[in-house]
Design a protein around this ligand. Structure first.
Ligand code: ZN
Length: 187
């Protein structure tokens, strides 16, 4: 496996609607493995194909670790998803605010409202049909990635202009108040 270069704004590929994946052969398998490697290396929880310069309907997602009843992280509890040609077929009316960052907009964070749960239809890495029901952070990351496949970025969906910070400013706010920062996800 090898690491791919992550493209950042203003790369035009980030604003294009992607093409469906039709060939599930060895080239796609290698691309997916390299995307997983690249996501982990960048400490992201998701990576969509346009973020490595490929205009394809494909994303990899590795959500946050699960926590036990005392709030401690359970080791090796992150779920890895490879999603090809995904489509959101249902969104909950309940929405939640959360803090997101993007590997293609390094150094910034912003607050975005997302559906709390969604249903997604698509294909796995071998082209088999899959259906997923997702909630909370996993649902948020999927919405962020599927937006990427439509040329949409989280900065298009901020809850307010004032809810956009440099990472430094974001964490400093909490430090100044002596509070624990809210959880964030960069994808
Ligand atoms: Zn992103």
């Amino acid at each position: 496996m090898s690491k791919l270069e992550i493209v950042t704004l203003p790369a035009p590929v980030l604003r294009q609607k992607t093409r469906p994946v039709t060939d599930f052969g060895p080239e796609l398998q290698e691309l997916i493995d390299n995307m997983i490697d690249t996501m982990r290396d960048a400490r992201g929880v998701g990576l969509a194909a346009p973020q490595i310069g490929r205009s394809l309907r494909l994303a990899v997602i590795e959500d946050l670790p699960k926590e036990d009843e005392e709030g401690n992280e359970i080791p090796d509890s992150r779920d890895l998803y490879v999603i090809v040609n995904p489509e959101i077929v249902w969104e909950s009316r309940t929405v939640v605010d959360g803090i997101e960052g993007c590997l293609s907009i390094p150094g910034y964070l912003g607050e975005v409202e997302r559906a709390e749960s969604i249903r997604v239809r698509g294909q796995d890495r071998h082209g088999n049909k899959i259906r997923l029901r997702l909630k909370d952070w996993t649902a948020r990351i999927f919405q962020h990635e599927i937006d990427h496949l439509n040329g949409v970025l989280y900065i298009d969906k901020l809850t307010g202009e004032e809810n956009f910070w440099t990472e430094e400013a974001y964490y400093k706010r909490f430090e100044d108040d002596g509070e624990e920062p809210a959880e964030t996800a960069v994808a």
